[in-house]
Ligand binder design. Structure first.
Ligand code: ATP
Ligand code: MG
Length: 294
């Protein structure tokens, strides 16, 4: 078996920062998470604050740290869950003036039918997380496509080993609180309703991701094609052509626009012609939005 980790990244990372700058709507998502977690992540600072201003450690400080550093990123395919997890982690260490370690857990083992491996996978990931977490270093774990591993235990066809893996995962999430804000877990899922209730209940934040709205679609075309001067009407038309109304009630996702429409439109012009509004419109009409995951 290949390494259990798809990748590990040291934070802060300049490429992740740059990518975050190109994510539409990122700031609001970051602030929601940060506002929620900063108390958990800065427990020393919190104690110091309490002693300075109240001469003692207020009981509420201890209670605040009983929460779980777990964030669930839920939403349709191609709405930015995976890229946002990295971007949020990167921004968080920058805000807190710390270093970070980001570890992405592969859920591919399941496809290989190695049910018995799931528990080991979870154990190994959390062991690594503990190893990497330090006083000035936050360790992040992303369990990407977590429904492959954290499926509700009430599912009938679930193997015994898989149930055991979910139990292990819950236990590990509980234990991670002992690291006192030095570790954070992200889970991404297309199917929040498949995730085990005990895990959902522990989440400090459940962040919902959606396909881009009209303004976000305009922003996406404008930002990605900065330098091509579109008129207001042209941008509006690009947003209309990718809208739910024009596409059987399901609009194009962020990744449909970025990774399908734009590359194909450019391929239609390259190398002899410039990219034009007309080519973009023609290309959009040829491409269907990716289906919704239910
Ligand atoms: N907010 C956004 N602004 C701009 N581009 C975005 C945004 N969200 C996603 N994208 C684009 O869509 C691509 C897919 O994003 P990502 O892989 O994070 O989606 P996902 O929600 O994890 O999808 P899946 O559920 O299929 O794993 C990214 O590479 C990025 O180019
Ligand atoms: Mg993803």
């Amino acid at each position: 078996m290949a390494s259990i980790f798809d990748n590990t990244i040291d934070l802060p990372n300049p490429w992740i920062k740059e990518r975050a700058a190109n994510l539409i709507g990122f700031e609001a998502k970051f602030q929601r998470i940060y506002g929620n977690l900063k108390l958990l992540l800065d427990q020393e600072g919190l104690k110091a604050w309490s002693k300075k201003h109240h001469k003692l450690e207020l009981p509420v400080i201890e209670q605040l740290t009983e929460r779980y550093p777990l964030i669930i990123l839920a939403g349709d395919a191609g709405t930015g869950k995976t890229v946002s997890a990295e971007a949020i982690a990167d921004r968080m260490v920058r805000e807190l003036n710390r270093e970070g370690f980001f570890l992405k857990l592969s859920t591919r083992v399941r496809g290989e039918g190695l049910h018995g491996q799931m528990g080991n996978l979870v154990n190994d990931a959390f062991a690594e997380l503990k190893k990497q977490a330090g006083k000035n270093r936050i360790a992040f774990l992303l369990i990407d496509e977590a429904d492959a591993i954290a499926t509700t235990r009430s599912t009938m066809q679930m193997h015994q080993e898989e149930k055991a893996a979910v139990n292990t995962l819950i236990q590990k999430i509980d234990e991670i609180r002992d690291l006192k804000g030095r570790a954070v877990i992200f889970m991404s899922t297309n199917r929040l309703h498949f995730i085990d209730e005990a895990i959902v209940r522990r989440a400090a934040v459940i962040l919902e991701f959606e396909r881009p709205n009209e303004q976000e679609r305009k922003d996406l075309f404008e930002k990605s094609l900065l330098g091509i001067e579109f008129t207001k009407n042209e941008l509006q038309e690009l947003a209309n052509l990718t809208s739910p109304e024009k596409n059987e009630n399901l609009g194009h996702s962020f990744s449909d626009i970025r990774l399908k429409i734009l590359p194909e439109a450019i391929a239609n012009c390259f190398p002899d012609n410039p990219l034009t509004f007309e080519t973009l419109c023609e290309t959009i009409k040829q491409i269907k939005p990716s289906p919704q995951i239910k």
